[in-house]
Ligand binder design. Structure first.
Ligand code: NAD
Length: 337
């Protein structure tokens, strides 16, 4: 099987590439990643000498480059490449629209083209719970809930998600959309909350907690995310039961509790937790109903948050230089404090 993975040098993409190569011995992967600040070949050091994996420095938002890429012919496209940091999207959404919307549209259009002697590839688009906007307490969104994104990041992902659905319905493209809750684990870029708080706690720096710290996210450990996506990607028959699938979690602590647990695991003083101005438009809660993924694929998250945090904190402690080499960008509403 020939697979195109986009964004395979980022956090989730690199874990997925590694796991796919381990489990599918007869596959070859082209990893199209233009290596933004968030992507790095370091993330795939162990696959560097595997002849079944080839990285190509490709910008998915550039239609001509993507057209050239598709002359190779693929059986499956797994699309991770995106601008992913919500805070950055609040300051400059242009790159989010370019990569997340145009980039996805280029991949869908090229996947939909009929080429002599080649079947059209199946396409899996990695989407997010943020496309639904805030989830009321006591509920979980099902896959047919309306999309109502609030941040520019979430809006750009919602457009990509809707375009994917349109290509599936109107152009009969074999598209699957996988919406996931927040994922965490080793190699996540340290501007995201768990690696940010952990690296600060290890270094004795303050942990900037937005607003009252009572916002809640569902947290999924990266190995469970990859396991879920591998089941969906590796089973073309079952995944066609629906176009949209959810990967969720029942671990949903308020951010304040998350920060306190990280301090405890890092032996850091919880007084380092510092309330700062809330992020504009900060949604209070996201949560997904993933019972259908459990039923059809027999998938459910196996790593409890505490165990996943222990793994993540252990990795960051052992790789603190990896984190320090990566810039820690701050949004303007926190700069100058
Ligand atoms: N991490 C999460 O919690 C989470 C949750 C739900 C959905 N997602 C989605 O999963 C996907 C991967 O997220 P991540 O956390 O690994 O992101 P990441 O920021 O760690 O990695 C993104 C990767 O995409 C690459 N990229 C960016 N723009 C590109 C372009 N124009 N052309 C080619 N490559 C480009 C980057 O170089 C990087 O390697 C994204 O689509 C994101 O929206 C992530």
């Amino acid at each position: 099987m020939r697979i195109l993975i986009t964004g395979g040098c980022g956090f989730l993409g690199s874990h997925f590439v590694r796991a796919w190569l381990r489990r599918h011995r007869d596959s070859t992967i082209v990893n199209a990643d233009c290596l933004t600040y968030a992507g790095s070949l370091d993330n795939l050091e162990d696959a560097a000498h595997d002849a079944r994996h080839r990285h190509e420095r490709i910008d998915v938002a550039d239609p001509e480059t993507v057209e050239g890429l598709f002359t190779q012919g693929f059986d499956l496209v797994v699309h991770f490449a995106a601008e992913t940091h919500v805070d950055r999207s609040l300051e400059d959404a242009g790159q989010f629209v370019r990569t997340n919307v145009r980039g996805t549209e280029n991949l869908l259009a090229m996947s939909g083209q009929r080429r002599a002697g080649m079947a059209r590839p199946a396409v899996i688009v990695v989407s997010t719970d943020e496309v639904y906007g805030p989830t009321p307490d006591g509920t979980r969104f099902r896959t047919d809930a309306p999309l109502s994104p609030t941040s520019p990041y979430a809006a750009s992902k919602a457009v990509a998600d809707r375009l994917s659905l349109a290509y599936a319905r109107a152009l009969d493209l074999n598209v699957t959309i996988v919406r996931s809750v927040n994922v965490y684990g080793p190699r996540q870029y340290p501007e995201k909350v768990i690696p940010l708080f952990t690296s600060h706690a290890i270094s004795g720096c303050r942990l900037p907690l937005y607003g009252d710290g009572l916002q809640r996210r569902s947290w999924l450990y990266v190995d469970d995310f990859v396991d879920g996506l591998m089941r969906i990607a590796g089973d073309p028959h079952r995944r066609r039961e629906h176009i949209v699938w959810h990967l969720g979690s029942h671990d949903e602590p308020p951010n304040l509790e998350l920060a306190q647990t990280i301090c405890e695991l890092c032996d850091a003083d919880p007084a380092l937790i510092t309330h700062v101005a809330d992020r504009p438009g900060h949604d209070r809660r996201y949560a997904l109903d993933f019972t259908e993924t459990e039923r059809v694929f027999g998938w459910s998250p196996r790593t409890l948050l505490r165990a996943g945090l222990e793994e993540t904190v252990g990795w960051i402690k052992a790789n603190i230089e990896w984190c320090r080499r990566r810039t820690q960008w701050k949004p303007s509403f926190l700069r100058g404090e």
